[in-house]
Design a protein around this ligand. Sequence first.
Ligand SMILES: Nc1ncnc2c1ncn2[C@@H]1O[C@H](COP(=O)(O)OP(=O)(O)OP(=O)(O)O)[C@@H](O)[C@H]1O
Ligand SMILES: [Mg+2]
Length: 198
Amino acid sequence: MLMERIETGIKGLDELLEGGMPFPSVVLVAGEPGAGKTTLAMQSLFHGAKKGEKGVYITALSEPEDQAARFMASYTFYDQAAVDEGLVRFVDVGETLLNDGPHQALEEAVRGHIMKKGVKRVVIDPISPFSYVFNTLTDYRRFLHEFFLIMRGLDTLTFLVAEYSPSEITNTEKWPTASYSSTSSPPTTRRYSSPASR
Ligand SMILES: Nc1ncnc2c1ncn2[C@@H]1O[C@H](COP(=O)(O)OP(=O)(O)OP(=O)(O)O)[C@@H](O)[C@H]1O
Ligand SMILES: [Mg+2]
């Protein structure tokens, strides 16, 4: 069976990927600060919006929710109408993360925003604030594992944005997500099932 692909809207990238990202999938967008990670992820959200697909941009930086929107407004792909119509939504779960912990923040993001009818593209940018609230790397990895299983069980293209230095990028053993490539087998655990209406 041919793998379904979803266009990112970035022409050269879609050509390289022979039609776009696998769908559904969870994709790690890793790079140095300023590499263009947010831009890539946002461009994909607005490309989806042009086709009527809903997209959610989730951050946990506890910055004003419209900060990302304001930054993005300078790009030609930014479409205020798509934001006004709710096709592209900006969500900040930073408060919940700090006050109630990572599992609550995840719950809020998934149940409150990602599992809404028609949501096809998700961006978590960046994932690092989630790592800061864990005392051990093991606990953080366990959390990421749970998160990946949930996201892999949904009909979405999810971009996880992470900052890595050039040396870390070449040392893939450090990547918490390395074992979750798009070719890995589907999750066996699905704590969150897609709503019937989707
Ligand atoms: N494809 C591109 N071509 C040229 N410039 C780009 C491209 N993508 C992004 N930029 C520019 O590079 C700068 C950084 O982009 P962006 O904020 O997307 O990077 P980032 O990787 O998310 O950075 P950070 O790690 O700080 O969040 C911006 O000024 C943006 O306009
Ligand atoms: Mg960024």
